[in-house]
Design a protein around this ligand. Sequence first.
Ligand code: AMP
Length: 394
Amino acid sequence: MKILSINAGSSSLKFTLFELPEKEKVASGLFEKIGLAGSFYTIKLNGEKIKKEVNIPNHTVAVECLIKELLDMGIVSSLEEIEGVGHRLVHGGEEFSEPVILNEDVIKRVSYYNEFAPLHNPANLLGVEAFMKALPGVINVGVFDTAFHQTMDKEHFLYPTPYEWYEKYGVRKYGFHGTSHRYVYGEIAKYLGKDNLKVITCHIGNGGSITAIDSGKVIDTSMGFTPLAGIMMGTRSGDIDPSILEYICNKKGITISEATNELNKKSGFLGISDISSDARDIEDAAANGDERAILAQNMYSDKIANYIAMYNNMLGGADVIVLTAGLGENSSLMRKLILDKIASLGVELDESKNDFRGEFRCISTENSKIPVYVVPTDEELMIALDTLALKEKN
Ligand code: AMP
C-alpha cells in the first residue's frame, strides 16, 4: 500500500511516497518558494531528478501539482493507490502524546498550539488542508514532534519559574525531534532485542537535541519550550543565560524579537565561526587552521558531551548511546570529538570503525563501558508507518 509522508513549511512542501509494509521509498520531492517569486519543484524517481519552475501561489496548488505529477509520471496509476497521508506537525502541546487521525475538530485543537510554534504549526496545517481537499476520503494522520516527549514527568519538564507561568501560559519544556528520537530508539531496541533499554539518543543535524529514554519512555530532552534550547546548533545558540536578552537589547537598541531572531538564525556554528552554519564548511575551515571554526567545533562537542554525561547520570547509567542525523551519521570527526569528551564515562571509540557515512554501525570498542551506535534516522518513514498503523486500527 502507498502512503505519503508530508512535511509542509511556510513556503515549502516536502514529500516521500512509501510502499508499505516493504518500507520502499517510491518517490520523493520538494516544492519550494511556495507563494514567492521563482517557485519550483523537484521530484526524485528511480535515481533520476526532474525540476520544474512553475507558479505555485499556495499549498493547495502545490498539492494539486504533486498529484498530477504522480499520475503523469506513472508513479501511481490511480489516486486510489494512495491510501493514507501522514503529516509532520511540530507542536501538539500537552494534549497530543501520540499520532492522531486528522479531521476538522482535531485541526482546530492542534491550531490552539500555533502560538507555541508560529513558524511551523500553521504551515503544517496548510499542508493538511490541501490534502483533505485534494484527496477526500483518504486518511490524514498528524505525527507530532512533541508527542514522544510527553512521558516526561513534572520534575523534568517544568522550569523553576513562577508556577503560574506553567498553569496559565503553558510555559514548560515540550521537546522536539520526537519522531526521530522514537525512530532510532525503536531501531536500536529491535537490533539489540530488548525493550527495557536505557538509551541516550543524540539527534545532531542542523538542529540538534539529546534525549534520555528509559524503556521507550522519554525521561528528559534538551530542547525546551521552543527548539532554541539545549545544545548549540547550526544557527541556534542553545541554552544561554536569559538575562543576556535584556542586556543585548539595551546595548544594540534592538527589540526582543530581533534579539531572539539572532539567537535562532545568527548563533551556533554560524555565530561563533562567522563562516557558515554548515558543519562541512566548518570542518574545511578548521582543517585549514581557522581558529574560530576550531572553537565552534570544540564548543559544539562540549555541549553534547555534557548533555550525555548529565543524562547518563539521570538514567542511572545508560545501556547505549545513539548518534544520528546529519553530523551523527556523517561526521567521523565530530563523532570522535564527542566520544573523546565522554571518556570519563568509560566510553571508548574504535577509530578503525569510525570512517564511514550514513550506516547503522557500532563505533565503540568491545571494552567501552557504554556501546555507541550510529543509527540513521528516518522521520519520513516513521510518519508513514504511524499513518499505516492508525489506518489499520480504524
Ligand atoms: P540534518 O539537519 O540532519 O540534515 O544535518 C545537516 C548537518 O549535517 C549540516 O550541518 C551538514 O553539514 C552536516 N553534515 C552532513 N554531511 C556531513 C559530512 N559528510 N560531514 C560533516 N557534516 C555533515
